[in-house]
Design a protein around this ligand. Structure first.
Ligand code: UDX
Length: 473
């Protein structure tokens, strides 16, 4: 019994598309706007410019509650709520590039109708940006002045690959504004989410035990800080696990056991403590750097965050070092890389650890054969500077290889019959950079991150080491 609102969503990246689909699914009238005409044309044809499982299905049931345009004048004047979800890519110094946000805010401002519309910032932006957007709007929309405090920050916490699940069943909803009208409007808009008053889509069922998100209403700057602090904390949890994993290897302890032991303490929690190739993606690197550089602007050092970043870089180098431990010189060696995107279920290549691994292998003169279930096409466009041969399948990548690095934990990689697959390799060296292979690898040499019973360095043609099967978790 919620009254549908009119919504405009500016920017059709992961965040914008997810927001548009979610709100249309809840019954609101949504128009998604992008200045990229190709993207708009694709969306109108019912195609998605990104890979996100289940999103297309959700959009398909929204019918004409969800439409697309590249024209501000047709989207903004009618909207009750306008979401700005444009990209804020990192600049070399660490701070995000706010150019697209400024342009979007200006175009939104010029088309406002002066009737208490609410402008919501969903892009990840440095603390204080909400006020800056308010000023842009004041400058470009004179009528808006009387209601200048209607800019709200509503950060997004969704993960790529599970965006729908995260949007439908979030832990919390953060709404930051400096006046009541904006926040009240968003409470109205999100009522179906807050009350979980919607029919769960068949392909994204409501998890057992889930009730509703916690609503966290804050000031504008606190909401902006929450987004950064949350990502930075997750990033440092991962770096912490990786740092401990390195010590585990040296003292013959096992990171998986250790993490189980510490993660079961509810104050710590098991999530985001998986050791491996480290974090990647569009958020963690960008947001930790931005927070550090905001600190610098105020003469405030943030040593914990700096260490988290350093450890993450070191972790990437560790992967190739592990390879060298077994293959020694990599010049002329054939190395299979399984997984290019920064994690499974996405084709997003931004800040992917696999990029650095392939670049390093190129430098060392190895021949790289790469495979990814969904990211290879994107890699053709974005990774033209790297040298690698595309493999048709994971199995094909392994044939004749001297080693394989499992970079992303795609289910299909974990489920390969590894004992059979390594028989096709020239040398059965497997670097499991995500600790996903269960059991030993009797026919080969298995190297993982922070696990007990790592293979010892051995001559290239030496006998394969027999690992004891692991205890089941
Ligand atoms: C992240 C945050 O989770 C999300 O809340 C925020 O809104 C955007 O940034 P995303 O970038 O999609 O989401 O990726 P996420 O699933 O969090 O993974 C980030 C990286 O950390 C991946 O490269 C992943 O492989 C790595 N990771 C994650 C680990 O190395 N270990 C872990 O235990 C968890």
């Amino acid at each position: 019994l919620h009254s549908p609102l009119k919504v405009a969503v500016v920017g059709t990246g992961y965040v914008g598309l997810g927001t548009a689909a979610l709100l249309a699914y809840f019954g609101h009238q949504v128009v998604g706007l992008d200045i990229d005409q190709d993207k708009v044309a694709m969306l109108r044809r019912g195609e998605l410019p990104i890979y996100e499982p289940g999103l297309g299905e959700l959009m398909a049931v929204c019918g004409d509650r969800l439409r697309w345009t590249d024209d501000y004048a047709s989207a903004i004047p009618d909207a009750d709520v306008i979401f700005i979800c444009v990209g804020t890519p990192p600049l070399p110094g660490g701070q995000p590039d706010l150019r697209y946000l400024a342009a979007a805010a200006q175009d939104v401002a010029r088309n406002l109708n002066g009737k208490m519309q609410v402008v919501v910032n969903k892009s990840t932006v440095p603390v204080g940006t909400g006020d800056w957007v308010t000023r842009i709007i004041e400058e470009h929309a004179p009528d808006y002045k009387a209601h200048q405090y209607n800019v709200v920050s509503n950060p997004e916490f969704l993960r790529e690959g599970t965006a729908l699940f995260d949007s439908l069943y979030p832990d919390r909803l953060v709404l930051g504004g400096n006046n009541e009208h904006g926040v009240a409007r968003l409470l109205e808009l999100y009522a179906p989410l807050i009350e979980q008053d919607f029919e769960a889509p068949a392909h994204v069922p409501r998890p057992a035990g889930y009730t509703r998100p916690e609503v966290v209403a804050t000031s504008l700057s606190s909401a902006e800080m929450i987004k950064y602090a949350a990502n930075a904390f997750l990033a440092l949890k991962i770096s912490f696990a990786n740092e401990i994993a390195g010590l585990c290897e040296r003292v013959d302890a096992d990171i998986e056991e250790v993490v189980r032991g510490i993660g079961s303490d509810t104050r710590i929690g098991r999530q985001f403590l998986s050791a491996g190739a480290g974090w990647g993606g569009s958020c963690f690197g960008k947001d930790t750097s931005a927070l550090i550089s905001t600190g610098e602007e105020y003469g405030y050092d943030m040593p914990i965050l700096r260490a988290a970043v350093t450890i993450n870089l070191r972790q990437r180098q560790l992967i190739v070092a592990k390879l060298q431990k077994h293959l020694h010189r990599l010049q002329g060696k054939r190395v299979a890389v399984l997984g290019m995107a920064f994690k499974p279920n996405t084709d997003d290549l931004r800040d992917a650890p696999a990029h650095d691994t392939i670049a390093r292998l190129n430098e060392l003169g190895a021949t790289v054969v790469a495979h990814d279930p969904v990211a290879m096409e994107r890699a053709r466009r974005e990774w033209g500077h790297l040298k690698y041969v595309e493999a048709e399948s994971a199995g094909a990548a392994l044939v004749g290889a001297d080693a394989v690095i499992l970079m992303t934990e795609w289910k299909q990689y974990a489920e390969l019959d590894w004992n059979e697959a390594v028989k096709t390799m020239r040398q059965p060296v497997v670097i499991d950079a995500r600790n996903v292979l269960r059991g030993g690898l009797p026919g080969g040499t298995l190297e993982r991150i922070g696990r007990r019973g790592q293979s010892q360095p051995q001559p290239q043609s030496g006998p394969a080491l027999h690992l004891k099967p692991e205890a089941t978790k």
